[in-house]
Design a protein around this ligand. Structure first.
Ligand SMILES: [Zn+2]
Length: 316
């Protein structure tokens, strides 16, 4: 009990010191009693809103239609980070090109990596494609620590939400029961949605698909698809003509028709591959809010599952 009191005062003293350091009042740090959450992506922001409800104010850095590997820094991001109580990041170096400089410059000690105000969502999630040995540039540019597109499995969404509920409760202990109730409600709605998605995808389990980038291993594993090849030979490396010739030969040989692509990649190459092979390009949305039909985490899967099912339905 005594320790709790000491800790409480230490926390308050730190908050006050932070506030003075930043030249803002403590009330500005917790406007309306809300925790300020900055998520690096719209998916993590959506999960923070699911759990945090009206006890959090959430903003996202990367938009749902943007390539999260490459985000241009804007002054507004620094302002949001300066006021943040919690930063939620994908981790696994997805944001390696742009988040560290923003954190360095924001002048907010509370949200630096390894502090309580920094939540690395990858530590709550199942991660695929973790390299077994040493990593070299030859393996590609962007996935050196395992696949960072892990939010595209609803089980990982629930794991991340669970981790977020714990972290939000640590930052705002008085709201712990509220966060827990929101988490349980999300778990229930997600479970209902998963039954719907499973039903829709059932006829297509085991089907082979091609993807442009390695964004979909968690999605494919969850819904029983086999991603057998990629338009990009390695993450972040554009395809050579030789690679495309081999890819098209394989698609014809194995009767693979669907090429799953994110909207921010150049569609010309996948479209010409599809033309040559009698296949089709399926432009999936990899992140919440990429268009008007993907406004929250569950609707993102509603959208993608329906597009994949329709594509596999027409391919025979
Ligand atoms: Zn990637």
């Amino acid at each position: 009990m005594a320790i709790g009191v000491v800790r409480g005062w230490t926390g308050r003293a730190l908050a006050l010191a932070t506030a003075l350091f930043l030249g803002t009042s403590p009330s500005a740090l917790h406007a309306g009693g809300k925790l300020n959450v900055v998520a690096t992506t719209s998916d993590l922001a959506a999960l923070a809103i699911e759990v945090g409800g009206d006890k959090v104010g959430v903003s996202a850095i990367a938009r749902g239609y943007q390539d999260p590997h490459f985000v241009e820094a804007k002054p507004s991001f620094l302002l949001n980070l300066r006021r943040a109580d919690l930063v939620v990041a994908v981790g696994l170096e997805l944001e390696a090109g742009w988040l560290p400089p923003l954190l360095n410059q924001c002048g907010n000690p509370k949200v630096q990596p390894a502090s309580q105000g920094y939540f690395d969502a990858s530590q709550s999630a199942e991660i695929l494609e973790i390299p077994a040995g040493p990593v070299s540039r030859a393996m590609g540019d962007v996935h050196p620590m395992g696949n960072p597109h892990y939010w595209l499995d609803p089980a990982n969404g629930l794991r991340i939400a669970t981790g977020l509920a714990q972290r939000l409760a640590q930052l705002s202990p008085g709201d712990a029961a509220y966060f827990q109730a929101r988490l349980e409600d999300f778990r229930k709605r997600l479970g209902e949605a998963e039954r719907r998605w499973d039903e829709r995808m059932k006829p297509y389990r085991g089907r082979k698909v091609i993807t442009y980038h390695r964004s979909w291993p968690n999605f494919a594993k969850r819904f029983g698809l086999q991603v057998v090849d990629f338009v990009e030979p390695r993450p972040g490396i554009p395809p050579s003509p030789g690679h495309l010739v081999a890819l098209m030969a394989r698609m014809k040989r194995e009767n693979i028709k669907a090429i799953l692509v994110e909207p921010y990649f150049d569609l010309k190459t996948p479209q010409s591959v599809a033309r040559e092979t009698g296949g089709q390009v399926v432009v999936l949305m990899p992140s919440v809010g990429g268009n008007k039909d993907t406004g929250d985490y569950i609707r993102l899967f509603d959208y993608d599952v329906e597009l994949v099912a329709r594509a596999l339905q027409t391919d025979k």
